[in-house]
Design a protein around this ligand. Structure first.
Ligand SMILES: NC(=O)c1ccc[n+]([C@@H]2O[C@H](COP(=O)([O-])OP(=O)(O)OC[C@H]3O[C@@H](n4cnc5c(N)ncnc54)[C@H](O)[C@@H]3O)[C@@H](O)[C@H]2O)c1
Length: 247
């Protein structure tokens, strides 16, 4: 995103609060016109009004909602360049607290939301001739999380989805990357925040993750999972290669 961005248009899912809201502000400060797509209407509307952008109601679990959000961006601003698939939830259930509804919700928002979001955005990005997509995964997609294994599973799925689609889409100048932040001080931490603070865990601030998101959006590669850990520079995570088959 080192090019002139003043006529560019971004769409941020889950853009009404936390990391998404920070990314919305950062993109608006860079000069992009930003669509704030969220299931929570009021925060999205207030933020969009503050940056002169557009708020759209979107439940990312619905492919139709994702498509409607893209249509709103294109019909209002004429194009789409940047998509941040950030909406997410954490149910916080261990395997002994398994709950089917919570499982479906978490997989729906965290995994379907990314797969549907990219699927919905691709036609508009191809019309533009390229673009950038940032899927907000988590460090939980790279490391085990016994406290919430379903969250770890859907975030790992996002990482491998991005690694799977990234190289081919990069040949079309559509750079798709995953952002994998560690614990960050937002509402999603819920009751877990108290435990982390009590353990003196160095929680990242939204501004730290937003700065890292800016770095990833400026990178010239696709299909990478960027590790964002407190006290470390943002960096693409280097996966150990898989040995090839033996005859
Ligand atoms: N905070 C952390 O420690 C942390 C760490 C790593 C990754 N993440 C990821 O960052 C992303 C943003 O989370 P956050 O920390 O800012 O939390 P947050 O709770 O502040 O923000 C989540 C946003 O997603 C929206 N959302 C929830 N369900 C939705 C749905 N069905 N459709 C559309 N929008 C929906 C919420 O309304 C909210 O605006 C999530 O994907 C989360 O998993 C967070």
């Amino acid at each position: 995103m080192t090019e002139d961005v003043t006529d560019q248009v971004a769409l941020v899912t889950g853009g009404g609060s936390g990391i998404g809201a920070g990314i919305v502000r950062m993109l608006a400060e860079r000069g992009l016109r930003v669509v704030v797509a969220d299931i929570a209407d009021e925060p999205a509307r207030a933020l969009a009004a503050g940056i002169g952008g557009l708020a759209v109601h979107c439940d990312v679990r619905s492919l139709a909602d994702n498509r409607a959000a893209v249509d709103a961006a294109v019909s209002t601003y004429g194009r789409l360049d940047v998509v941040v698939l950030n909406a997410g939830i954490a149910e916080g259930n261990s395997i002994d607290d398994f709950d089917e509804d919570a499982y479906r919700r978490a997989m729906g928002v965290n995994l379907d939301g990314v797969v549907f979001g990219l699927t919905a955005a691709l036609p508009a990005l191809r019309t533009t001739g390229g673009g950038r997509v940032l899927a907000v995964a988590s460090l939980a997609g790279l490391a085990p999380v016994p406290e919430d294994p379903v969250y770890a599973a859907n975030k790992a799925a996002v990482v491998n989805f991005v690694r799977s689609v990234g190289p081919a889409l990069a040949t079309e100048h559509i750079l798709v990357n995953a952002l994998c932040p560690g614990y960050t001080d937002t509402a999603i931490l819920g009751r877990f925040r108290e435990l982390l603070v009590g353990a003196n865990w160095p929680l990242m601030q939204v501004k730290d993750v937003v700065a890292a998101a800016g770095t990833v959006l400026d990178s010239e590669d696709g299909g990478e999972a960027w590790l964002i850990q407190s006290g470390h520079p943002a960096q693409p995570y280097r996966f150990r290669g898989i040995p090839g088959p033996k005859a």
